[in-house]
Design a protein around this ligand. Structure first.
Ligand SMILES: Nc1ncnc2c1ncn2[C@@H]1O[C@H](COP(=O)(O)OP(=O)(O)OP(=O)(O)O)[C@@H](O)[C@H]1O
Length: 315
């Protein structure tokens, strides 16, 4: 991605404490126009706090923010019209039907055509006639997503957007995010689920204990992440066949127990799949590491030096 693109989100040295809890200890971010930018971190890392500061929903203790060319502290409602925001915790106690609530939100942003609301609701399989208060968590999340997308904002800021969505709707959501990018608009989304960010993002920042520990192109992150594979064969493998697996450059930690082989791999599983296909495969399973493991295996030593991690990723 060309680095000369317009910067849509810039944050420098953001700090925030809640009493004795230091939630952010100097967060820097640069998000460029037309990219999908993932914001990854385990629970309590500071994602929601950062997002709320970006939108001036809470006040920062220190640092600078620029969103679409403005400081959100002073830009007021004009800036809000160019942003779609999905909060991490939706409080929707209204007795009104979703259609009415969404029309009301749309009017606050200068009006959104009813057919646009209906089309988005249709994609998410949301019933617009039910009172919002009685909706399930997942259906409330859909209302939140429709209100974030419906006015076609230049910038979408989404806090844990797939929380509560079933897998098919997660895919629908990711498709919408890609369409947004194709129109040159920008998406910033937080998540603690590595796979969804990996699937859709161009770049991601990883936050841990209130600091950005890495900002990476997703291709670089994909290669850093070791996935665990388990293959169960129809019969025990001859020793020389096991050696073929062991000889593959990106196969590590290989263990064979009876008919079951486990290993970890970086990058593409192509070689493993082709070797396995020489035999009868009863089961093949691949698990991604959770974020915590990724942090401990890859970022522990690089500590808080995000430039160092970027250098490593480029190497
Ligand atoms: N209103 C608050 N009062 C006190 N502490 C808070 C408040 N909000 C957040 N914190 C603390 O600040 C830190 C960062 O929290 P934050 O909600 O930003 O993390 P997060 O990455 O969004 O986590 P999650 O994925 O669980 O939503 C945590 O230690 C949290 O307990």
């Amino acid at each position: 991605m060309p680095s000369h693109r317009v910067t849509i989100i810039s944050a420098r040295g953001l700090t925030k404490s809640y009493g004795r809890t230091q939630a952010l200890s100097g967060v820097d971010l640069d998000v460029r126009q037309g990219e999908i930018f993932g914001f990854l971190g385990p629970n309590g890392a500071g994602k929601t706090t950062t997002i709320r500061i970006l939108l001036d929903l809470i006040r920062r203790d220190g640092g600078e923010v620029n969103l679409l060319g403005h400081d959100p502290r002073t830009a007021g409602s004009r800036l809000r019209a160019d942003i779609g925001y999905l909060p991490g915790e939706l409080t929707m106690g209204s007795r009104r039907p979703a259609r009415e609530l969404l029309t009301y939100y749309g009017n606050l942003r200068g009006g959104v055509h009813p057919t646009r609301i209906a089309a988005l609701a249709d994609r998410f399989k949301l019933d617009l006639d039910k009172p919002v208060r009685g909706l399930s968590k997942g259906n409330k999340q859909k209302v939140g997503l429709v209100q974030a997308f419906m006015h076609d904002p230049q910038l979408l800021i989404l806090d844990e957007p797939t929380s509560g969505l079933d897998p098919l709707l997660q895919q629908e959501f990711l498709a919408m995010v890609r369409e947004t990018r194709a129109e040159g608009r920008t998406v910033f989304m937080s998540s603690h689920v590595l796979s969804e960010v990996q699937e859709v993002s161009d770049r991601a920042a990883i936050i841990r204990d209130g600091r950005i520990v890495a900002t990476e192109d997703m291709d670089a992150l994909r290669n850093r992440v070791a996935r665990e594979f388990t293959v169960r064969f129809g019969a025990e493998l001859p020793a020389e066949e096991v050696e073929r697996f062991r000889a593959e450059g990106n196969v590590h930690d290989l263990v064979v127990h009876g008919t079951t082989l486990t290993c970890t791999m970086h990058g593409s599983p192509d070689a493993l799949v082709k070797l396995a296909a020489r035999h009868t495969v009863l089961m093949l399973n691949s698990e991604e590491p959770d974020l915590e493991r990724l942090f401990f295996t890859h970022y522990n030593n690089s500590g808080t030096d995000s430039e160092g991690a970027e250098r490593d990723a480029a190497a």
